[in-house]
Design a binder for this molecule. Structure first.
Ligand SMILES: O=P(O)(O)O[C@@H]1[C@@H](OP(=O)(O)O)[C@H](OP(=O)(O)O)[C@H](O)[C@H](OP(=O)(O)O)[C@H]1OP(=O)(O)O
Ligand SMILES: Nc1ncnc2c1ncn2[C@@H]1O[C@H](COP(=O)(O)OP(=O)(O)O)[C@@H](O)[C@H]1O
Length: 284
C-alpha cells in the first residue's frame, strides 16, 4: 500500500487530491512523471545516468538508486500513471531533519520558452538563487526541546535572504528550540563536520563537478538528512541529489551553474562549522 511521504519538504505534494510522490514501506519513493516533457526528461536522465560507466562508482552514491518506471495508482485519483521508482532517501530514519537546497545561480537554461524563463527569473531574483547561487526550497527540523517536527511555511522559506538561509542552516544543526533566536549549532561538528559529515560529502561532490562535463544539472537540489532519534549514536548525515527534470547533456562543457552554486553553499557550511568550533573553544 502506497502512502504520502511523511518527510517530503519541497516540490509537488500529494495532498488534497493533487498529484505527488508516494512511498511504500520497502524504502521506495514513487515519483509520478509529470504529463509534459519534464517527467520524460527525468526518467531519461535516470536511465542514462544509472548505466553510465563514465560516472565513478562513488558518485553514483550521491543519487537515489533508480528502479525503472512502473504504473501505479496515482495520488490524485486519476487511475494508474507511470511513476519513477527511486530509493527513498529518508527511509530508515525515525526522526530525520531534512533540507532541500536548490543549487545554481539560475534555474532557467538555454532554449526554454519565454514563459518558463520569466517564471524562473522572477523566482531566482526574489530568492537567494541569484545572489548566493543556491536557495533553500524547503526544510523540516526535529526540535529536540519540544520533541516535535518544525516545518516553516513554503512562502516563508522562499522569502529568505542570505541571513535567513544562514539561520536556517544553523537551526538545522542546533539542539535548542527552533523558537530561540540564537541557534546553538550544537550538532554542527557531528552533522556538518567529521570525515563522513555533510561537508566531507559536499567536497567529494565538488571534486567531481570540477571536471565532469557529462550533464548540466539545472534546477537540481541537494537533499540533506540526518537522524535525531536518541539512542542512535551516529547522526547518519547524508547528501543526495534530487530532481532531474531539467538536466541536459553537458556536451563537453563544465556545469558552471551548479559548480558555482555548490562552492557558495559549501562556504556557508564551512563558516557555520568554523564559528561553532571557535565558540566551543572559547567556552561560550
Ligand atoms: O508550482 P510551484 O510554484 O510550486 O513551483 C515548483 C517549484 O516550487 P518552488 O515554488 O520553487 O518551491 C519546485 O521547486 P522545488 O522542487 O520545491 O525546489 C520545482 O521547481 C517545480 O518545477 P519542476 O517540477 O522542477 O519543473 C515547480 O513547479 P511548476 O510550477 O514548474 O510545476
Ligand atoms: N528519492 C527521494 N527520496 C526521498 N525523498 C525525496 C526523493 N526525491 C524527492 N524527495 C522529496 O520530494 C521533494 C521534491 O522532490 P523533487 O524531485 O524536487 O520534486 P518536484 O519535481 O515536484 O519539484 C524533495 O524536496 C524531497 O523532500
Amino acid at each position: 500500500m502506497l502512502k504520502v511521504p511523511e518527510h517530503q519538504v519541497a516540490g509537488h505534494i500529494a495532498k488534497d487530491g493533487r498529484l505527488g510522490p508516494l512511498v511504500d514501506d520497502q524504502g521506495r519513493f514513487f515519483k509520478p512523471l509529470q504529463g509534459d516533457a519534464r517527467g520524460e526528461n527525468e526518467a531519461k536522465f535516470y536511465e542514462s545516468f544509472s548505466s553510465n560507466k563514465n560516472v565513478p562508482d562513488h558518485i553514483h552514491g550521491y543519487f537515489p538508486v533508480y528502479h525503472g518506471v512502473q504504473l501505479v495508482e496515482a495520488s490524485d485519483g486519476s487511475g494508474k500513471l507511470p511513476h519513477m521508482v527511486l530509493e527513498d532517501v529518508v527511509s530508515g530514519y525515525v526522526k530525520p531533519s531534512v533540507m532541500d537546497v536548490k543549487i545554481g545561480s539560475r534555474t532557467w537554461y538555454p532554449d526554454v520558452s519565454e514563459e518558463y524563463f520569466n517564471k524562473c527569473i522572477k523566482k531566482d531574483r526574489a530568492t537567494t538563487t541569484v545572489s548566493l547561487g543556491f536557495r533553500v526550497s524547503g526544510l523540516k527540523i526535529f526540535d529536540r526541546q519540544e520533541s516535535r517536527f518544525w516545518r516553516p511555511d513554503k512562502r516563508v522559506v522562499l522569502a529568505y535572504k542570505a541571513d535567513g538561509a544562514r539561520t536556517a542552516l544553523r537551526k538545522f544543526v542546533s539542539s535548542n528550540s527552533v523558537a530561540d533566536s540564537i541557534p546553538d549549532c550544537a550538532f554542527a561538528s557531528e552533522v556538518y563536520g567529521g570525515s563522513n559529515g555533510i561537508l566531507a560529502q559536499l567536497l567529494g561532490l565538488k571534486a567531481w563537478f570540477e571536471t565532469q562535463t557529462l550533464y548540466h544539472f539545472n534546477s537540481c537540489s541537494i537533499l540533506m538528512v540526518y537522524e535525531n532519534e536518541s539512542g542512535d549514536d551516529a547522526p547518519r548525515a547524508r547528501v543526495k541529489l534530487v530532481d532531474f527534470a531539467h538536466v541536459l547533456d553537458g556536451n563537453g562543457v563544465i556545469d558552471h551553474n551548479f559548480f558555482g552554486g555548490l562552492c557558495s553553499f559549501i562556504k556557508f557550511i564551512q563558516d557555520i562549522l568554523e564559528s561553532s568550533e571557535n565558540c566551543c573553544e572559547n567556552g561560550h
